[in-house]
Design a protein around this ligand. Structure first.
Ligand code: PLP
Length: 452
């Protein structure tokens, strides 16, 4: 790439080229070392919840650094960790009563998986050894989180050697490709729940620890939303067998979909654990966590009284201080309610301006979390050949025009899903959202022309 130092010693994702250098970031914009300004239309992958360079977060980090930068959690807690947990768990939302803070979403998912196992061991049912998860899901890149995910591309080199073999998979809520023609939303939801119940029966429900799912699917096929009634049905199916429900909201949580928890829009659903990440720390520090329901905490409290797990940097005081400051900005500026409102506007513009275009097969999402899936043929939904990857071409063109968007590799599980994700800061201005749509459309125009 143009501005890259040729002799970088950083092991970048690509060993053949490496990305351009960002020298500063402010509000919704990055500035590159060549002076180009880039509108951050995706926050990496839905990370930059309150934009870049927030003065209050900087002040909170500096203050925490000067008070205490690190204290090991075996012997100590800190006010920033305690206040962050108090803030997230104020009033025990949905029965959630404890927070375990880590540095990444993958660690949060691994922690949830371990909590599930420990719960069953201490509840006297050690024969529960299995997870059920969903195809085309992404839960992270550690061994555990990768195993409950289904990112075929990321799993390929490790499949036969490193992945867990106690996971089975059911269909995702990928309406564009899974809902049948003429099938109502209710019938589609019931069919997916019936498939889950059938999987429980096939595997043996008494052997299952937990069902793991993203509430709104993020990275693999992009912003797939559940049909109404689906998660209520899932909860009932889990309850019938005592199976724990782990909702992964690393990408879709922390206000991104217009409610703090994405599952709050799914009726009466109380997960046993919820993972958060990305927007939790807004990108200011590595930050993620798992929020745990009283049901799980009580069993551990009555049993060993410990969670048999630990990371050197868990509940890191500076990371917690940054995340706490992010939560305060969200609240002060009413950004979650604003996200719902801006999201409706963004949806309407995307549908109006890009919906009718030749290669735009589907537009889906919620709040400020939207994906566009590209197909070669809108009638048949035939995807482009994987080697083309429309989304990557779009990303490069948008970048050239000054817009960052997140491309989904598509072809997960051998199916389509060639898409880009939009996840601008929740405090992006109306003007910036307008510019985002303009630039996206311009990028699309260029790519469409090159293919026609
Ligand atoms: N879970 C979900 C739903 C994600 O989207 C991601 C990352 O994209 C993860 C977990 C893993 O998070 P991290 O990359 O911080 O380890």
């Amino acid at each position: 790439m143009t501005d890259a130092a040729p002799d970088s010693k950083v092991l970048h994702r690509s060993l053949l080229e490496h990305p351009e250098t960002v020298t500063s970031a402010d509000g919704s914009y990055f500035t590159l070392s060549n002076g180009q300004r880039i509108l951050d239309g995706c926050g990496g992958a839905a990370v930059a919840a309150i934009g870049h360079g927030d003065a209050d977060v900087k002040a909170a980090v500096m203050e925490q650094m000067s008070k205490v930068a690190y204290a090991h959690t075996l012997a100590f807690t800190t006010s920033s960790a305690e206040e962050l947990a108090d803030t997230l768990l104020d009033g025990n939302p949905f029965g959630l009563c404890r927070a375990y803070f880590v540095a990444s979403g993958s660690e949060a998912v691994d922690a949830a998986m371990k909590l599930a196992r420990q719960y069953w061991v201490e509840a006297g049912q050690p024969h529960r050894r299995r997870f059920v998860a969903r195809r085309q899901a992404y839960h992270g890149s550690t061994i555990g989180s990768m195993s409950v995910g289904s990112h075929v591309g990321r799993q390929r080199p490790y499949k036969d050697a490193l992945l867990l073999n106690n996971v089975s998979y059911v269909s995702p809520t990928y309406a564009y490709r899974v809902q049948r023609p003429g099938e109502t939303e209710g019938a589609y939801a019931r069919r997916l729940v019936a498939e889950l119940e059938a999987e429980f029966e096939a595997v043996g429900p008494e052997t299952i620890m937990a069902f793991v799912a993203e509430t709104v699917g993020g990275a693999t096929v992009g912003c797939i939303t559940p049909p109404r009634g689906y998660f209520e049905g899932v909860r009932r199916a889990c309850d019938r067998h005592g199976i724990l429900l782990i909702l992964d909201e690393v990408m879709c949580g922390s206000g991104r979909t217009g409610t703090y928890f994405a599952f709050a829009q799914e009726g009466d659903v109380r997960p046993d654990m919820v993972t958060l990440g990305k927007g939790l720390g807004g990108g200011y520090t590595p930050m993620a966590g798992v929020l745990v329901h009283r049901r799980v905490v009580d069993v551990l409290a009555r049993g060993s009284g410990t969670f048999v797990h630990g990371h050197t940097y868990q509940a890191h005081p500076v990371c917690c201080a940054a995340a706490l400051a992010v939560q305060r900005v969200l609240k002060r500026d009413r950004l979650v309610a604003g996200c719902a409102e801006k999201g409706k506007w963004l949806e309407a513009r995307l549908r109006e301006r890009l919906g009718p275009r030749r290669y735009v097969g589907d537009i889906r999402g919620r709040g400020l979390f939207w994906a566009l899936e590209f197909v070669k043929d809108k009638e048949t939904k035939e995807p482009f050949a994987p080697r083309l990857c429309f989304a990557s071409v779009m990303r490069r063109e948008a970048h050239r025009l000054g817009l960052a968007i997140y491309p989904g590799s598509g072809t997960a599980d051998g199916q389509a899903g060639d898409h880009v994700v939009l996840a601008p800061p929740l405090n992006a201005t109306w003007d910036e959202l307008g510019i985002l749509v303009d630039l996206l459309e311009s990028a699309y125009d260029v790519v469409e022309k090159t293919l026609s």
